[in-house]
Design a protein around this ligand. Sequence first.
Ligand code: OSB
Ligand code: MG
Length: 374
Amino acid sequence: MRIHSVAVYHIRMPLVTTFATSTHSRNERDALLIEVRDTDGYVGWGEVVAGYAPYYSPETVLTAEHMLNEFLIPALFDGPLHHPGDFLDRVGWMRNHRMAKAGVEMALWDLYGKHLGRSLKDLLGGTRDRVPVGVSVGLQENPQRLVQVVEAYLNQGYRRIKLKIRPGQDVLFVRAVREAFPEVPLQVDANSAYDLETARTALRPLDDMNLLLIEQPLAYDDLWDHHKLQQEFRTPLCLDESITSAEKARKAMEMDAARVINIKVGRVGGLTEAVRIHDLAAQQKVPVWCGGMLETGIGRAANLALASLPNFRLPGDISATDRYYELDITHERFALNDDGTITVPQGPGLGVRVNREALAFYTVHSMTYYNNAL
Ligand code: OSB
Ligand code: MG
């Protein structure tokens, strides 16, 4: 694959419902889409999941654009690529900026799959054609409202519910949902809203609510305090923000700081690293699941392919398209099957096609880079 040109689109899409976490609330989502074109005329797409502001990760759409413009796109133009791994080797010297790298790597996997006529699922070693999914429910005003929102999702067919929590909106809210739906697989996500002391006391009652897991209660880069907290809780702790690489995952598992791992392609620097974490966790008998960043159909297709690997043993935050967007960037829309799963795309690469009209509609600005060395 010789890269002829790269287009970068900064998109902003309205969300169907406001999404509030312990850190912020938004009713639209910013992201970058990357379109890589090679000299054989094949096109690959990738999604950079960095947001408008550094609430979840230090990266933003603008830091990602800077990295693309200055370093990542020049690396793509620096000679032929035989595999997405060649690109990773060229940018291995760059510290952090994992979401920016992951977006480019995703586009290369799509391109690579199209060249070979093989799906991303097959290329990554996926073993299932449909994957169990759940829904991540943002913070709601009061427990009654939360129960209503959860009920609506259960009626749509979701089989697993994740509740966002934060200090003051935790135990009473979770208890209301647990009492209304005693059997539903339930988990919570604090997005780092507590410290060791406040978590010990505030989250204690959650340990008796039969939760699948408690996600990232403590600092976004912490391992050690999660280890300490885990020793006092029966409920498995799951790390999201803290796991930025396979190396971090190894350390977290060695110190019993994560009995479950949320894998997000962007957060860990791409699909290759995501598979590495999956494999490492499988060796340690630690279950993983696929997290979400409110992706468009592009990132969602990649998540589905990844979640088809065997150690993705818990339902992912990969909801149907209509949970997020009225009009998506891809022609394909993902729907929930009757068994609470979503079907993994089968076509070459990501297996989705971009709707150019929708793309133009959502684009804030775009830039095309040409390979001058050709
Ligand atoms: O912590 O999992 C998170 C969205 C933005 C930032 C962080 C998180 C989330 C989600 C979204 O929970 C889940 C989804 O994409 O459905
Ligand atoms: Mg999370």
